[in-house]
Design a protein around this ligand. Structure first.
Ligand code: ZN
Length: 80
């Protein structure tokens, strides 16, 4: 009897969606997702969430990031 691999697939799912897993795992997970409907659902939800968060970050990041950098610079200058 072979393990369906759900546990491994779900554990690595986030890394897989961010393309941070090694190539072997990538193939393993892709194959598993093809054959496992419940993990496919899980992947779809995770992917959608990741995209929404990424989009939200992209839209709000520049100004917030600039403020953070300025603040950091000011703090560094204050200590020198
Ligand atoms: Zn599965």
């Amino acid at each position: 009897m072979t393990d369906c691999g759900c546990e491994k697939a779900r554990r690595d799912l986030e890394e897989y969606l961010r393309h941070e897993v090694c190539k072997t795992s990538q193939t393993d997970i892709a194959e598993h997702l093809e054959n496992c409907a419940s993990c496919q659902d899980e992947a779809l939800v995770s992917r959608t969430l990741t995209e929404v968060v990424a989009r939200a970050c992209k839209e709000t990041a520049p100004e917030e990031l600039r403020d953070q950098v300025m603040e950091r610079l000011r703090a560094v200058q204050a200590t020198h």
